[in-house]
Design a protein around this ligand. Structure first.
Ligand code: ADP
Ligand code: ADP
Length: 228
């Protein structure tokens, strides 16, 4: 589903963030990207949805070189969730969730119905939370809205960049469990960045373990943990 072929990214100041990455992620697979700060995880993710362009190599989505895919089309195919989910403060939870369908030109009623369904799926009753505003939610609830919003257009691929990194450990565990349940239902192809090794082990079908700019190990959690 996602394939990197000899992908490198050198920023304008000369920093090589990612150096000759090649890997493949299967459809429906959840791969965690784990490693210390600054090793290139976020850069890897942002190249998948073309927020950043590689300086060398090619990235394929379902066999298609993404450099030829229109960014709006990429938004439909790739959901993106980050640590501080940027919800629109003046939009209700329901309207925040309906953002992408709205951008894609769905009829308002259809977009809102879809948004309500998604809020339900992430554990937020739309009849209770739909009309609230982001500031009336807890941190954990805001992250749930972020996940719902990313799923709204039913993209096959999800990019999650430390989505549960800013909530306290108890809430994080709950969000992880809920996300595992959700993933078992929706089978997205997921790249999930975390610097929390326990989270990576718990969630990942496979883990990509980064050293500076490179993936040093790419295997199942049990193999990675069992490695000498
Ligand atoms: P991680 O997500 O693993 O923390 P990043 O992908 O954010 O790592 O960063 C990888 C490297 O690239 C780091 O050395 C970082 O400082 C550098 N970097 C990230 N963004 C930029 C940028 N816009 N310009 C220059 N260097 C950058
Ligand atoms: P979660 O475990 O989902 O992160 P919290 O324990 O942080 O939730 O919050 C518990 C309850 O308090 C939630 O039902 C949430 O709606 C409510 N709450 C949290 N922050 C606010 C706020 N700023 N305004 C109104 N209600 C809030």
């Amino acid at each position: 589903m996602i394939r990197f072929e000899h992908v490198s990214k050198r920023y304008e100041d000369g920093t090589t963030a990612v150096d000759d990455l090649s890997f493949e992620v299967a459809a429906g697979e959840l791969v965690t990207l784990v490693g210390p700060s600054g090793c290139g995880k976020t850069t890897t993710m942002k190249m998948v949805n073309r927020l950043i362009e590689p300086t060398a190599g090619h990235i394929f989505l379902d066999g298609e070189d993404i450099s030829g895919i229109d960014p709006v089309e990429l938004r439909r195919r790739i959901g993106y969730v980050i640590q501080q989910v940027g919800l629109f403060p003046h939009k209700s939870v329901l309207d925040n969730t309906a953002t992408v369908p709205h951008l894609l030109g769905w009829k308002k009623a259809k977009a809102r119905a879809r948004a309500a369904e998604l809020l339900d799926l992430v554990g937020l009753d739309p009849s209770v939370y739909g009309d609230r505003y982001p500031e009336q939610l807890s941190g954990g609830q805001r992250q749930r809205v972020g996940v719902a919003r990313a799923l709204a257009a039913d993209p096959p691929v999800l990019l999650m960049d430390e989505p549960f990194g800013a909530v306290d450990p108890v809430v994080r565990e709950r969000l992880q469990s809920e996300f595992l349940r959700l993933q078992a239902a929706v089978h997205k192809t997921v790249l999930f960045v975390t610097h929390d090794i326990e989270e990576a082990v718990r969630l990942g079908d496979r883990m990509a373990v980064y050293g500076a700019g490179r993936i040093e190990q790419f295997d199942t959690p049990s193999t990675v943990l069992g490695a000498p």
